[in-house]
Ligand binder design. Structure first.
Ligand SMILES: [Zn+2]
Length: 219
């Protein structure tokens, strides 16, 4: 069994849930601890039964509730060194024993999930996506990617499910109230999304700003 649920997605906060027969993980905790707790309760998951939280990068819409949630439920946080260094306020809330460091491009396991963190292009300290493999079923998560790279495509290969997130729309951006500097950042070289015929038979979930739970199950 491999279940995936998008608890929150979009610029107001991100948190994803992945579950196998004996492992439960969050990917990012970008809304308040209370909101994450409620979203998990809504899908009948006890937050204290989680095995940990994977962190993609340090932007607040990915870590806002991280420290508090980890502390409240005594949960390990899996993070790379550069990302950890870039989020001192969250770091302070997490117990030392719950800091579990990984290196991008080095595989590790949590329970019966084999995890492969891979680098993504985004303006953060060391942002990454993840592939998660359980019993030959692989799902891939890459959020906030500015543009597609060959390395990302290679990592996504053979996934039964891919979640890609990319927030770019030139018209929406033009009319937005964002300051010029942020508009320039979003419209910069990190925005281009390249389509590839190689993926026409795969299921892609490319969506932002979901307000309710979106769940998939792979058996
Ligand atoms: Zn970001």
């Amino acid at each position: 069994m491999l279940n995936f649920c998008s608890l929150y997605s979009g610029s107001s906060g991100n948190s994803l849930f992945v579950e196998t027969d004996n492992t439960k993980l969050l990917i990012d905790a970008g809304v308040s601890s209370k909101k994450i707790e409620k979203a998990l309760n809504d899908i009948d998951v006890d937050p204290s039964s989680l095995d940990g939280i994977l962190v993609t990068h340090e932007h607040s819409d990915h870590i806002q509730g991280l420290g508090t949630f980890s502390k409240k439920f005594d949960l390990p946080v899996f993070v790379n060194q550069e990302t950890l260094d870039a989020m001192p306020k969250q770091r302070d809330k997490i117990a030392d024993k719950n800091i579990k460091k990984f290196k991008v491009a080095e595989k590790f396991s949590i329970g019966d999930l084999d995890i492969n963190p891979f680098s993504i292009p985004h303006d953060a300290a060391n942002p990454c996506g993840f592939t998660l493999l359980n019993e030959n079923k692989k799902i891939s998560i890459a959020t906030d990617i500015g543009h597609m790279t060959n390395d990302i495509l290679k990592n996504l290969e053979e996934s039964v499910f891919v979640m890609l997130e990319s927030n770019y729309d030139p018209e929406v951006l033009k009319c937005s109230s964002y300051p010029f500097s942020l508009k320039s950042r979003i419209a910069g070289p990190s925005r281009t999304f390249v389509k590839s015929n190689r993926w026409k038979n795969h299921f892609f979930f490319i969506k932002i700003r979901f307000k309710k739970c979106n769940a998939w199950s792979f058996k």
